[in-house]
Design a protein around this ligand. Structure first.
Ligand SMILES: NC(=O)C1=CN([C@@H]2O[C@H](COP(=O)(O)OP(=O)(O)OC[C@H]3O[C@@H](n4cnc5c(N)ncnc54)[C@H](O)[C@@H]3O)[C@@H](O)[C@H]2O)C=CC1
Ligand SMILES: O=C(O)C(=O)[C@H](O)COP(=O)(O)O
Length: 373
């Protein structure tokens, strides 16, 4: 190994604590190499940039599509890490054909997203602190099952649907039962498409596709009082069908993600009970955990021992779930979701929130803290 050649990394500038995790002392311990880390806005990472800078390592979040279009002309990249749970932006089959290692940050913000959902529900319907409601959960992986734990802590009944997992205490219903019997239905599925019919996301096919899972037909199964929450991916809901449904039923709908993200039409926004700019997972803990997980994976790839730990970077955390449960009136001090909603609505210009403003809200977001158990 030539110790004078730096390890070159291109990284999305929205990844937390990049310099603390990716530097010569954390990555160059074996080879003595320096680290050249170039930070770029995620949407500006493109094939020309990769051709010019020839990075070995690409660190992204959810806004950089990675596949043939980005990498066909590139010979240098050998590791792609996405500091996110979702992987719908990455063509993993293509990376495999190129023998490029891929890592994502499974589970990194599961508590943050579950806490976002609880906050949305209890802000809109504070009476649910005292009631035994039925919470419908679609997708019972890391986030859905964490949400189910909070729900049972509150004495709520869970109706869950996940056709890819075995039946269980929470995986206990059909899709129709969840939609027709839940007081609230929350979506926690990955974005997937029909197997073999998808040209854009070649590695994203599923026997149970979630693209437009919520459409006119499935919305018609939901009583008008049932609140719908989407913090998964925008295209899981057919946006125009949703607008028609809200007009018909006056349903309370909470969206953190949007079919045409990062643009949002004022027409849709005006119909939503709460709207936020894809920040359900944006806590100090959730983002740092995302970085930690891809750092650990990169260390394995480079055969170096991980020496950085997010625990050393975390400020003191005073947010206790037990305190909130005992004092529901403190919810807005734990998370003032209405403030996030107002900040997004203030960005409407000429009938829409434009992409640059949506991205700016996310880039400058004051990260919340994850409530501790
Ligand atoms: N708004 C935000 O800030 C964030 C959004 N997300 C989104 O949330 C999604 C879920 O995250 P995790 O729970 O951590 O993922 P996970 O992979 O742990 O769980 C997803 C679950 O969905 C199930 N599933 C797949 N297709 C289904 C279908 N058709 N119907 C019902 N269930 C289905 C899977 O079997 C799996 O158990 C991510 O893929 C990501 O897109 C994740 C983090 C933050
Ligand atoms: O982890 C995921 O999946 C998410 O949706 C992220 O929390 C979204 O964050 P960005 O990758 O868009 O910063």
């Amino acid at each position: 190994m030539d110790t004078t050649t730096p390890i070159t990394i291109i990284a999305d500038s929205n990844i937390a604590s990049l310099d603390e995790f990716f530097n010569a002392s954390t990555l160059g311990q074996v080879t003595g190499q320096t680290v050249n880390i170039i930070t770029v806005a995620g949407r500006d990472i493109n094939a020309d940039l990769l051709a010019e800078l020839q990075p070995e390592i690409l660190l992204i979040r959810s806004v950089t599509p990675v596949g043939e279009a980005l990498l066909a002309a590139n010979k240098s990249v050998r590791f792609v890490g996405s500091a996110t749970i979702g992987t719908d932006h990455v063509d993993q089959e293509y990376l495999m054909t190129r023998q490029i290692t891929f890592a994502n940050a499974a589970g990194c913000s599961k508590h943050s997203v579950a806490q976002y959902v609880l906050t949305a529900i209890l802000t809109l319907r504070p009476q649910y602190w005292q009631q035994s409601i039925t919470l419908g959960i679609i997708g019972l992986g890391n986030i859905g099952s964490s949400l189910a734990d909070y729900a049972s802590d509150l004495g709520w009944q869970v109706l869950g649907y996940d056709p890819l997992l075995p039946p269980s205490d929470i995986n206990n219903a059909s899709l129709e039962q969840v939609l027709s019997q839940g007081d609230v239905v929350s979506l926690h599925v990955p974005l997937t498409s029909h197997k073999n019919t998808d040209t854009q996301h070649t590695s994203n096919g599923s026997d149970y596709p979630t693209h437009h899972l919520i459409n006119a037909e499935t919305l018609a199964m939901m009583p008008a009082h049932t609140m719908l929450i989407n913090s998964a991916r925008g295209p899981v809901i057919q946006a125009s069908d949703l607008e028609a449904d809200i007009e018909r039923t006056n349903r309370q709908v909470v969206l953190d993600v949007f079919e045409h993200e990062p643009q949002i039409s004022e027409r849709l926004l005006s119909k939503l009970a709460i709207a936020t700019p894809h920040i359900a997972g944006y806590t100090v803990e959730g983002k740092l955990r995302g970085t930690q997980i891809i750092y650990d994976a990169l260390c394995e790839q480079l055969s170096v021992t991980p020496t950085q730990s997010m625990q050393t970077l975390l400020p003191l955390n005073m947010f206790l779930w037990s305190e909130l449960k005992a004092h529901p009136d403190r919810l807005s001090k734990f998370y003032d979701i209405k403030q996030d909603d107002s900040a997004l609505r203030e960005k409407v210009v000429d009938g829409q929130v434009n992409g640059a403003d949506f991205d700016q809200l996310r880039r400058d977001y004051h990260l919340r803290r994850e409530w501790q158990s």
